[in-house]
Design a protein around this ligand. Sequence first.
Ligand SMILES: [Mg+2]
Length: 243
Amino acid sequence: MKCFYDTEFHDDGNTIDLISIAIVAEDGREYYAVNADADWARIAEHQWLMWNVVPQLPPMQDWKPKVQIRDEVAAFLLHDGHPELWADYAAYDHVALAQLFGTMLHFPTGIPMYTNDLRSLLRWYGIEALPSQKSGLHDALEDARHLRASFEYVMQLAGRIRVVMGSPEISVEKLADSRLFVVPDPDHDIQKAKARALDEAADVLRARIREIDQERTGSWARNDLVIVEKVIRSRAEATRREA
Ligand SMILES: [Mg+2]
């Protein structure tokens, strides 16, 4: 079960002190808690947290001891025994989550010792923009809900990319080998060659879109082709930047 989570925390460069955690599961379940055991005196001295995070917290009587959050989070994540963790800019969230249980070695059995990062997914697909979050930025629950929505948006786009790549409307074998998944390579010439290959693939798509427009017959695939062309162009740009 995919579990999309977000934490707010106090980071001073040495410690990560959990303020709040929210989890939105694929099946619609939601969890949210504020850590009563955080170092609130230090948080009170942190201007950014006081402006951006603390005003959105529920009343103090609803906060919970860290051990209670630990047990509730474990039960929530292990609901079906197979959680898959997702977060946005996941590194700090993963540590905040892990430290609920102690050290990395204290992670309960069944909870993965890593968190998938939405950022990696965006990079792989060459997607640069996400739907913007309407409200509640830095409210862990609103952030987790937005994360889930963003993940679904990316998957939808990825699905359309796959459909178009496999479409009989495009008889271009060059596209078939999924050049979208270009990984960074220390060899700059190879990176440049990859960028050129991506450009060529995008040019082929552009030509097909022009043909469709000239035929004036319309095509179910036109809008998808435009999206895929954009994705491939941005992938080529990113590859060129790495070269
Ligand atoms: Mg957040």
